[in-house]
Design a protein around this ligand. Structure first.
Ligand SMILES: Nc1nc2c(c(=O)[nH]1)N[C@H]1C(S)=C(S)[C@@H](COP(=O)(O)O)O[C@H]1N2
Ligand SMILES: [Mo]
Length: 159
């Protein structure tokens, strides 16, 4: 193979790999952000316990999603009232899986559980195919919204 072609392929592979490690928050936000796994690792973490599909308890560590939303200037806290209550978040994964959350689900002024973007489980990084980031909704009866391999959070208006 010609060196130039090989080099281009390597760069493409590297770009795809690096891209796979980022989380982008965009849509109805004050400033769209793209965070790397390193950026996320540097933020304050919280631990939550949840049950997987088989009812087995898992201990996750990660960043409360509300903190990530604040970085993008999403309406939270005192701003989460009136028409802002018609905003929702679409969380998307590498495989195209998508789930929706209403903004109050993330906000401690409304919710009694903390939804996190987990990057560790039972003391270890999330395994390939699950990480680097996974949503964990600790008290939900089914883990269907525990989105694996999260790539983006898109904030939208329901009108
Ligand atoms: N990216 C992605 N995340 C996903 C899914 C999926 O298909 N793709 N399935 C969900 C469903 S329906 C369940 S029950 C759990 C299963 O999680 P597990 O594979 O860790 O047991 O992942 C959730 N997260
Ligand atoms: Mo599921």
């Amino acid at each position: 193979m010609k060196p130039f072609l090989l080099c281009t392929l390597c760069l493409l592979c590297l770009a795809t790999r690096l891209n796979a490690q980022t989380l982008t928050i965009s849509g109805e936000v004050a400033r769209p952000v793209t965070l790397s796994a390193e950026d996320i690792k540097a933020l304050p973490h919280q631990e939550v316990t949840g049950k997987d599909r088989d009812g087995k308890e898992l201990h996750f560590s990660g960043v409360p999603v509300i903190e990530l939303l604040k970085k993008a200037g999403v309406t939270t806290g005192g701003e989460l009232r009136g028409e802002n209550l018609a905003k929702y978040a679409v969380v998307k994964a590498i495989d195209g899986y998508e789930v929706v959350f209403a903004l109050p689900e993330f906000d401690p002024a409304f919710a009694s559980q903390v939804i996190i973007l987990a990057n560790r489980v039972d003391g270890a990084p999330l395994p390939a195919g699950t990480g680097p980031f996974r949503i964990v909704v600790p008290n939900e009866k089914r883990p269907a919204r525990w989105v694996r391999e999260v790539r983006s959070i898109d904030i939208r208006f329901a009108k």
